[in-house]
Design a protein around this ligand. Sequence first.
Ligand SMILES: [Zn+2]
Length: 309
Amino acid sequence: MSAFQAALEAGDLAAIRATPKADLHLHAIGSGNRDFLRERTGRDIAPVDHVLTSMDDMHAWTGEHLAALFQGQGRALAYEATFVQAVRDGVTRVEVGADVWEITHYDNQAQPVWEMLQAAHAAGGPDVEWIPQMAFSRHCPFRALDFWMTPMLELGVFQTLDLSGDEFAQPIEVFAPLYRRAKAAGLKLKAHVGEWGTADDVWRAVEVLELDEVQHGIAAAGSPQVMRALADAGVRLHICPTSNLKLGRVARMEDHPIRALVDAGVNVTINTDDVLIFGSSLSEEYLALHQAGVLTAAELDAIRLEGLS
Ligand SMILES: [Zn+2]
């Protein structure tokens, strides 16, 4: 048995933290380390203590608790705090970055966004392996995304593309031309889908956007056919269990659909989404899944290694 498996069996959170892990699904504005932010700003941000019922609900919470803190120069602090969180939880690889609209804070220039991200990495966790990501918000008009994306792509530094926000804001087909451009530029393609939507929505997004990976995608567990297609295509799902609970997508950790996905041979990883909002670190996510009897220590260790591969 590996040290990580022994740590899970013993419920030893410190030992789980000490083991290398990858977090491949997180958003910088909601992923800062709580203690670090309190030390820096004097403000304590307690995680949500109830189930949020919609993305609007979550955006309202974020607006109330985080917006003022991360305005203007504060944005750099959010990114730095994200790398600090990784260091303090033993996360050795993170895939995170900026929404393309971030350039509107810098006269539509991409270079200052990149410099801000680099500075945050250097200050918060230079030893953390960082996979720079650019992202779209699903409610933004095509033309705006196209305009903002261009200078970000031209920098040639971003390795992955994500799409997040309200899954029902616009049809997935809207984004296909933008994903073609990103693919031509060599980016790995991801999108948030199947968190609020259906199994068919997951598969349609994979086909239309030619996704390599899916953020959430848990609705796929409702369809053996979609799970088989995901497994056959080798599409990896980046799953965030506590986020699913706090957004009312899954009633109890014991019932988390990651079990069905693993049983169907779908490639999955375990991630945090927004630790500052949901209150569960990556180490705690692994422990919670083990303690709820959803996955064995050996399965969780295999998933951990998958994220690092
Ligand atoms: Zn997410």
